[in-house]
Ligand binder design. Structure first.
Ligand SMILES: *Cc1c(COP(=O)(O)O)cnc(C)c1O
Length: 381
């Protein structure tokens, strides 16, 4: 007979898992996870079944949720992303991938015959989303930095210039944190006299701090974006994966549908939506404000510059895009990748200096990196 899971077993397992999470979370350098914010004040909310079902801006008959906070979060980012007054809308998603799905879905509803263009450095969620949406698409070459190759983009669009254009622009590619320039894309539309176009910005990685950079990258509504997706569990440090999508309101009005059962509009990809995650984002905004977020960005950039400098002393090939938190290193041995939970491609790996990572941690990593280089040199020799 199978043994029932006893209460004692459960608490032992949980205790062990908790200890493991504490130890593992201290050793992440490769994934973009901010660790500097104390969310203890929000922990009591886990007792309640918060659910922001449907459209955040239209009340539902289910009222256990955080709609007011969600609306404030969306408003904050709409202003930060310089959306036109009264022409913005959005919601808190389950992550960057859902935000990209939503942006591409809106674009398809506006331009069903369009071709989607995106660079080869684009996140894997985009190809999956295009497949789900069954949208024709063309991959454009990337420069070595990871930024899209504008000449290839212009040439490729000009070959298909009878078709509406949808571009998925990256504000922070996953591997090198490269940023595409939305202004240069708009200039291409102008040169080729493209009338029907849509730009969705995948800002999952750097969209949440791009507005605090100097010079400010060209990525937002004033620069020509139609929708922007960002992540909430990267730079904003939400303990539960989440994100946000913001779009021009006149675009979303084209797809809105009213549903009697929930008493609100079904304008989001998910029906039931997490009511806890908007609280994390709202909390960060309230605690830090624009100035706090700006300072936090500056501090992380300093750590990234320090890491680049220290690592380059060990390995001259180390590099970093301008104003990026990501430092690229030639792919080290497996032990180092495992120990520091580095994300790696075929030849390169990187560390990301998100808030919560300090110079001491960088020093510890640099000394491990040095040792790993020495030992691989010994093995090779
Ligand atoms: C992280 C990331 C995503 C996906 O975000 P999820 O929250 O994991 O769904 C998409 N695009 C880029 C560039 C990313 O860095």
């Amino acid at each position: 007979m199978e043994k029932d899971l006893l209460i004692d077993d459960t608490s032992d397992i949980l205790k062990q898992l908790l200890a493991e999470m504490g130890a593992k979370s201290a050793m992440t350098l490769g994934y973009p996870v901010a660790k500097d914010i104390d969310f203890s004040e929000l922990l009591p909310f886990i007792k309640y079944p918060l659910n922001n079902v449907g459209d955040p801006f239209i009340p539902s008959t289910y009222t256990v949720g955080s709609r007011e906070q969600e609306k404030e979060v969306i408003e904050f980012f709409s202003k930060l992303f310089r959306a036109e007054e009264d022409n913005w809308w959005g919601y808190v998603t389950n992550g960057g991938s859902e935000g990209n799905l939503y942006g591409l879905y809106l674009a398809r509803e506006l331009y069903p015959k369009a071709i989607v263009y995106y660079s080869e450095a684009t996140h894997y969620s985009v190809q999956k989303n295009l497949h789900l949406l069954n949208m024709p698409n063309i991959t454009i070459r990337s420069q070595d930095s990871g930024e899209i190759d504008y000449d290839d983009l212009e040439k490729t669009i000009s070959i298909n210039r009878q078709m509406p254009v949808i571009i998925l622009a990256n504000i922070g590619t996953t591997m090198t944190e490269a940023r595409d320039d939305v202004g240069k894309m708009k200039a291409i539309f102008k040169r080729l006299a493209i009338q029907h176009h849509y730009i969705h910005v995948d800002g999952a990685l750097a969209g949440s701090y791009a507005a605090f950079m100097e010079p400010r990258p060209a990525f937002d509504f004033a620069d020509g974006a139609d929708s922007i997706a960002i992540s909430g569990h990267k730079f904003f440090g939400s303990l539960i994966p989440c994100g946000m999508v913001i779009a021009k309101k006149n675009h979303r009005d084209r797809i809105a549908r009213s549903i009697d059962y929930i008493g609100t509009m079904d304008t989001t990809i998910s029906g039931s939506r997490n009511g806890h995650t908007p609280l994390f984002l709202w909390y960060v905004i309230k605690k830090l404000g624009v100035e706090g977020l700006r300072k936090r960005t500056r501090k992380s950039l300093e750590v990234a510059a320090y890491a680049e400098e220290m690592l380059r002393e060990v390995e001259p090939a180390v590099w970093r895009n301008p104003s990026a938190l990501t430092v690229n290193i030639p792919k080290p041995d497996k032990a180092l990748i495992k120990k520091w939970q580095l994300a790696s491609g075929s030849d390169w790996a990187h560390i990301i200096c998100m808030p919560g990572i300090d110079k001491e941690q960088i020093d510890a990593f640099v000394s491990d990196f040095k040792l790993s280089k020495l030992s691989s040199a010994v093995l090779a020799g």
